[in-house]
Every structure is written in C-alpha cells, then in structure tokens.
Design a protein around this ligand. Structure first.
Ligand code: FAD
Length: 542
C-alpha cells in the first residue's frame, strides 16, 4: 500500500526486550520527534533455513516462542507490536524496504561469524535501497571492539588482563523503558495483512517445535517479564549477592544455587548492563563483599571476557584454524559419545547431569565442568567440539562465545592449562550431595541404592543390586570406562600434546623469524602454510 509516511524498522535478533535497548530507542525517539512523518515496525525474522544448520532443541524453541509472545505484549503496551516475518533476512529485506518504504533500519550488533556475514549482506541491501542503518552495541556491557582497540588491537587473553583493560573504560549508561508511542504511529495494514490479518503474528509452539515429545519440564519460562522478575528475585537478598562465591555454590542441589539468568542474558530478555548496574548498586550498600573472579559481577565479567576473545576469531567454535585452541588429537568414539549424550555412561553423577540438561535445559556451571572434563581430557578423550554441539542443542542459554570458550577452558585447550587437575566423576559430586538425592531424582533407576554406593553402583554385589531393583548391565549400564585407569593415561596424552603444540609454536616463531630474514634479504622460499614436519607430527600424538 502506497503511503506518504516512511517506516522506521527495528530488527530484533537477540536483545529481545524493550528495556535498555538503544537500537529500539533510536526508532522510537525518531518517530516521537516527527510523528507525522513515520510509522514504526519492530520486526523479528523467523528464518526457516536456520533449522538446516543450527542445533536448536525443543526446549530452546519453546523458550524463544514464549519470549516472542512476551515481547509482542510489551510492545503493545507501548502502542506498537511485533511483526514476525518468515524467511531469510537477505530475501525478505529487499521486499520489506519496498513494501513499507523504509527510511531507517536499526539493530543490535552481533559478534558471531555467521551473523556478521548476514549483517554485512543486509547492510549492502540497505545501501542499494537507500535505507539508513544504525547499529548499536548493547548485548554486552563493554563493546568487544573497544576493548580490543584499548588493548592495542589484540584481544586480552587472560581474565585479569581483560579486567585491567575494562577498568580504564567508561561504563555505558543504561536506558529506561521507551515511552509509549502515539496511536497514529501505528502503520495501516500492508498488502500482505490485507490478505491475511495474522500474517505477522508471533509463532505458536506448534510452528516452532517439530518434535513435541522432546519437550521437558517448563522450568524456566522465556521472556522479558520473567527475566526482570527473576533478576529482582535473585537480587532481593542483598547479603546473598554480597557473599556470592561461585566455587561455593553446588552443582547438584535440587533447586539452582546460582541465578539462572543465563537464558535471559543469552536471548537479551535481560540487559547485562542493567544487571551490572543493579549489582553495583547493591555492592555500594554492602561494602564487605566478594570480588571477581568468584563474585556475581565476576561472573558477568567472564561473559564479557569470552565475548571479547571470541569477537577476535571467526574460528572460535572449532579447533582447526582457531588462534587460541591447542591442537589435540582427540579420538572418534561414537558409542561413547552417544552414551555421554544420553546419560548412559554408567557414572551416575555424570548421567544425572546429562539427563537434567536434556529435561530442563539448564545445569549448574560446575556440573558443566564435570561432564565437559569427563567427555574430553578426563575420561573419554573426545573432542570439545562434539560436546559443544550437544550443549548447543540442549542448553536454553546456548551462546556461541560462551559455549566454545568454556569448552576450550574445560578441555584445557585454551585459557586454562592445568590439564593434570581432573574432576573425579565419583568424588566431586559427593562433596555437595553426599546422600545422592540429585542422582535419585535424575537417574531414578538407582533410587533405592543407599548413599554408600549410589555414586559407584558397581561396588554393590549382584544380590544387593537385585535387592535395590537395578541390576547393572540390565537396568542401568556398566561404566563405559574405568576412570581410575583412563584419566592417568589421558594426562600423559595431554602432556604429549602440549609438548608438540609448544614445539609447533616455537617452530612457527622460528619460521616467522626466518621469513623476516628472507624478506629483509630478498631471498624468499615458497612454503605451504601448515605443512611443515612439525605441524604434521601433531596428528601422531596419542
Ligand atoms: P550465575 O553464576 O548466576 O552467573 C550470572 C551470569 O554470569 C550468567 O547468567 C552468565 O551470563 C555469566 N556467567 C557465569 N559463569 C560464566 C562463565 N563461566 N562464562 C561466561 N559467562 C558466565 N553459559 C552460557 O550462558 N551459555 C553457554 O552456552 C555456556 N556454555 C558453557 C559450556 C561449558 C562447558 C561450561 C563449563 C560453561 C558454560 N557456560 C555457558 C557458562 C556457565 O556455566 C553459565 O553461564 C552459568 O552456569 C549460567 O548459570 P547462572 O545464570 O545461574 O550463572
């Protein structure tokens, strides 16, 4: 439909909130300043192609569906609404630019490699259509590009260095909830809406969840309303906030011992900048408080740290070509990967965690430590990329930078190098749950096992196993590896891999020096990258 007025479009991707959303505010404030000139259309693009390559489990689809419904509700309270457009961004934008006579497109910046490519293409399309684009950084507290620039163009690769850099930066001000738009900014129905009034409606659960049988309990509902409620609830006890020390929280409590704000931060239903501000206000009132890295602000800084390092490497989520990750000759063992993925390793603590993840979509950070160490350098010697893929599918809070960064940490591939410190799949859980109630909840086959052997059911005699109603090999698997044996072998493998990586790196440095010399003397030899004898040797470790 032709109209004199032009349209201002805010494109929601993450940042699924109305509070502290500078890119949305730009559209709202521009419209408020010249109400006779503009219509406002906030959009979300539902790209069916995403299913082809992105692992999204049923629970995360539900979280997104609830989040979009809530966002639409918030926008309607502001006298606008959410327009959900189905299709691929590069295909739908040229049509939208024309159909709505778009003047301005705003969005929040993303660091993921695929998102950067997508955004570059959309910006090109906008230029062609003479549409202005305005991009804001608000998914993190600090702009990764600014942090990297402040560190002389390199990402700081230790947490302490990162903190010392951001200490020198200004903390951005947070924005209030946008003011209500006036009714006459509501655009008239376009040609598609005239045909089908519901064409831009939010998706239903049925539209998004293709395998409803995979839905677990809806323990953490999606959306900004729930995010703000959960933040208020978590921060209500100021002494708890002030005394928070991550290592002292339990991986296996029956109710979460940390905030579970991660899914809301991942989708941007909650602004990390607002959470940071609220935490700083509390700590100002509680002068005796814990500090980074273990405090709650310290947790947010881990998030900032991983975003910054990830922003500097397009290969952050894979081992090959990744500037941070050591190259480790992991093995392929599909039956072990399958057992780990579905909580059938025969180690009850590990299995309980993996089953909680599948059912509820969230597990405690130290539980993630336990299963990630077990899969990689601890027990199964399987690549962190495989674990990352399973987490990508099952976590509500799945996040490109945080998932890969933490997997590299746990597998001692980057950022953490004490590979000889291996979590015991038996002793670790016992520290905070000696009676094994967590295992009884998530591995109900073992519910009748006494505390004395619930972490090590293989210690029960066959007659005892019968008495407890769960015979190993029939009702619950035998353990797939013997931790006491394999973890020692794996430490040796890690030691060998570290040695080779050191040699390759030293060799590379020597090669670079050679190269400098060749350039300065003008005698340059042709050499294929990465085919030196040293880099080939890495494949033969183990
Ligand atoms: P809280 O302890 O309450 O912390 C508050 C916030 O700080 C979190 O919501 C999160 O945004 C941030 N945070 C806390 N710990 C970390 C950390 N180690 N790294 C980065 N940010 C942190 N977190 C994700 O959000 N998405 C992921 O995909 C993800 N994958 C992980 C994979 C592995 C192998 C491991 C070991 C950790 C992973 N984490 C991930 C980090 C961490 O486990 C979760 O952020 C945390 O458990 C979320 O629970 P919470 O909100 O109660 O955390």
């Amino acid at each position: 439909m032709e109209s004199q007025r032009r349209t201002l479009v805010h494109w929601f991707r993450k940042g699924l909130r109305v509070h502290d959303n500078p890119a949305l505010e730009r559209v709202f404030s521009t419209a408020r300043a010249s109400p006779e000139k503009f219509y406002v259309r906030p959009i979300f693009i539902l790209d069916p192609g995403i299913l082809d390559w992105m692992q999204i489990g049923a629970n995360r689809w539900r979280f997104l569906q609830q989040t979009l419904a809530d966002l639409d509700k918030q926008l309607r309270q502001l006298k606008s609404r959410l327009y959900v457009v189905r299709g691929k961004p590069i295909e739908v934008f040229p049509q939208l630019f024309k159909r709505w006579q778009v003047e301005l497109l705003t969005f929040e910046s993303d660091i993921e490699t695929y998102a950067q490519q997508r955004d570059a293409s959309v910006q090109k399309l906008a230029r062609t259509a003479d549409v202005k684009v305005d991009i804001h950084c608000s998914h993190t507290i600090y702009n990764p590009e600014v942090v990297i620039a402040k560190n002389l163009g390199k990402a700081p690769i230790t947490y302490q260095k990162f903190l010392s850099i951001v200490d020198q930066l200004k903390i951005p001000a947070v924005l209030e909830r946008p003011k209500v738009l006036t009714m006459n900014m509501k655009p008239p129905a376009d040609e598609l809406e005239l045909e089908d009034a519901n064409v831009y409606d939010c998706p239903t659960l049925e539209e998004l969840v293709k395998r409803p049988e995979e839905l677990g309990v809806n323990k953490f509902a999606g959306g900004e309303t729930e995010a703000l409620r959960r933040m208020a609830d978590s921060l209500g006890d100021e002494l708890w906030v002030a005394n928070f020390e991550k290592p002292k929280t339990a991986p296996n409590s029956l109710e979460p011992s940390t905030t579970v704000l991660s899914p809301y931060l991942k989708f941007g239903c909650l602004s990390s900048r607002v959470l940071h501000k609220r935490l700083r206000e509390i700590l100002a009132r509680q002068p005796k408080h814990s500090k980074p890295p273990v405090s709650l602000i310290g947790q947010l800084m881990w998030r900032e740290f991983y975003y910054t390092v990830a922003a500097a490497d397009p290969n952050f989520d894979r081992m090959l070509g990744n500037a941070y990750s050591l190259q480790i000759p992991w093995q392929e063992k599909p039956e072990h990967l399958e057992a780990w993925t579905h909580g059938r390793t025969g180690y009850p603590f590990i299995d309980a965690i993996m089953r909680q993840l599948r059912q509820e979509g969230w597990i405690h950070h130290l539980a993630r430590h336990a299963v990630a160490c077990f899969l990689t350098r601890g027990d199964l010697w399987i690549s962190w990329e495989e674990g990352q893929r399973v987490f990508e599918q099952l976590l509500l809070d799945q996040d490109w930078a945080l998932n890969a960064g933490n997997w590299m940490w746990l597998s001692a591939s980057a950022f953490f190098h004490q590979y000889f410190r291996v979590y015991s799949p038996v002793a670790f859980g016992k520290k905070t749950d000696p009676s094994g109630d967590y295992i009884r909840k998530y591995v109900p086959e073992l519910a009748k096992y006494p505390s004395g052997c619930i972490y090590e059911p293989w210690k029960a005699t066959l007659s005892a196993q019968r008495e407890y109603g769960c015979v190993l090999g029939e009702d619950y698997p035998h353990r797939i590896v013997n931790h006491d044996v394999v973890h020692k072998e794996n430490i040796k493998r890690m030691s060998a891999a570290y040695k080779v990586n050191r040699q390759v790196r030293t060799g590379k440095m020597e090669d670079e020096e050679d190269e400098q010399e060749q350039i300065s003397t003008g005698k340059r030899k042709a050499r294929a990258v990465g085919t030196s004898a040293k880099s080939k040797r890495i494949k033969n470790v183990a």
